[in-house]
Design a protein around this ligand. Structure first.
Ligand code: HEM
Length: 408
């Protein structure tokens, strides 16, 4: 157990962070690593829900912080395009090279065609067929952690699990999973794009060429044989989509590790879950809401329009702050409380609408199987050192989570 808390006192509302009227700091990665952006988001929701952020190293953009506005923009891909990038990027780097080519960076109707090419691998049925693989991997990573008595939960458990599962889906042979894990870790740690990591890209070029020549039953083969209208996907499109999908799994590992961290700081919720496993599906949704590991999505207006009474011009960028939407006090009762029994819980952690996360079922399944194994087999789980958060305005969660962990 994490820590035993006897009984369950009647909760008083969890304290909201003090309002912080400095929205300009939201683009400072140091704030996300060392400070608390929630004070700024709370201030924005109350005082400036559609706030203009001036151009600097990043282009100018509108900040949206309220649930209703974030949801409305996600649901209107005709007015708010993903084609020009979905993450803030320094002006000096130019537009994202994946524009118009990857799942995340295309608009309908092309987006729907592309999504149909890969969708089969992410359906509930497909993910169910992977449950055995996920469980075996969870048992392996936990056995290793128990044997050593300590682990970095981000790297040794959440990261290894995410990479093993996506490697299996993509058709990376088991013997190469360790390399894939090492290369992606190096890329994430260096904060560079996966494409800039030559070994990883060389590996995927080789895998793609093998699957084009001799398709098997995996995601890369599916893309190699996939068509958009009458045309096969180009090699560039296949590679950029491999990068998009592997990169997106970082959200998964951060949510898993952030969930563990939430239980360490809310041990009463762990005990509640241990006592009543029926709470597990709700606990998973609460982990997703609480961690909101994808910090923002960006869109570009295709026409002049209005959001919450504010005029937005065609070509303007709009940034949707997901963690802020997920703490909106007009939607979530006591939003700063981590509550595994929360209901309803219609969070936006996985987006919504046209581009809703394709890996959502997979992410939930990994969380469910890992939490179940931990509840069944873990004895003590305790912090083994300070926790540092990732230094990023795009993703949030612990960079390292050192734990002492022993079996029951
Ligand atoms: C808890 C973990 C995860 C979170 C919080 C998350 C979050 C999100 C969000 C917010 C979006 C929408 C982005 C937008 O509209 O601009 C998205 C899209 C996407 N996610 Fe996830 N994700 C997670 C796990 C995964 C996993 C495990 C995979 C891959 C296996 C994945 C693959 C994708 C892809 C490919 C897209 C683009 C879908 C599209 O544009 O049609 N995600 N994710």
């Amino acid at each position: 157990m994490i820590v035993t808390v006897p009984g369950r006192p009647v909760p008083s509302p969890a304290a909201a962070p003090a309002e912080d009227p400095r929205p300009e700091l939201l683009v400072d990665a140091d704030l996300h690593a060392h400070g608390d952006p929630h004070g700024i988001w709370r201030w924005l929701r109350r005082h400036a829900p559609v706030h203009r952020h001036p151009a600097g190293e990043l282009p100018a953009f509108w900040s949206l912080s309220r649930y209703a506005d974030v949801r409305a923009v996600y649901r209107d891909p005709e007015t708010f395009s993903s084609r020009h990038g979905v993450l803030l990027r320094p002006v000096a780097l130019g537009e994202d090279p994946g524009g118009g080519m990857t799942l995340a960076l295309t608009d309908p109707p092309r987006h729907r065609q592309l999504r149909a090419v890969v969708a089969d691998w992410f359906t509930t049925r497909a993910v169910r067929s992977l449950e055995g693989t996920v469980r075996t991997c969870v048992r392996d990573v936990l056995a290793r952690a128990y044997e050593q008595g300590r682990c970095d939960f981000v790297h040794d458990v959440a990261g290894r699990l995410s990479m093993h599962v996506i490697g299996t889906i993509m058709g990376v042979p088991e013997r190469d999973h360790e390399n894939l894990f090492r290369w992606t870790n190096e890329a994430f740690e260096a904060g560079v794009s996966l494409a800039a990591h030559h070994e990883l890209m060389r590996y995927f070029i080789d895998l793609m060429e093998r699957r084009i020549a001799e398709p098997t039953d995996d995601l890369v083969s599916m893309m190699a044989g996939g068509t958009l209208g009458d045309d096969l996907l180009t090699e560039e499109e296949i590679l950029l989509n491999c990068e998009n999908i592997i990169g997106a799994t970082e959200n998964g590992r951060l949510a898993v590790a952030g969930g563990m961290q939430a239980f360490l700081t809310h041990p009463d919720q762990w005990e509640r879950l241990r006592a009543d496993r029926d709470l597990l599906p709700g606990a998973i949704e609460e982990i997703l809401r609480w961690t909101s590991s994808a910090t923002h999505s960006m869109r570009t207006a295709t026409r002049d329009c209005e959001v919450a009474g504010q005029r937005i011009a065609a070509g303007d960028r709009v940034v949707l702050w997901v963690p802020s939407a997920n703490r909106d006090e007009t939607v979530f009762a006591d939003p700063y409380r981590f509550d595994v029994g929360r209901s309803p819980n219609r969070h936006l952690a996985l987006g919504i609408g046209e581009h809703v996360c394709i890996g959502g079922t997979l992410a939930r399944t990994q969380l469910r199987i890992l939490l179940t194994e931990l509840l069944d087999t873990a004895g003590r789980i305790e912090p083994a050192g300070p926790v540092h958060r990732v230094r990023s305005i795009a993703v949030a969660g612990p960079e390292h989570l050192p734990l002492h962990i022993t079996p029951r």
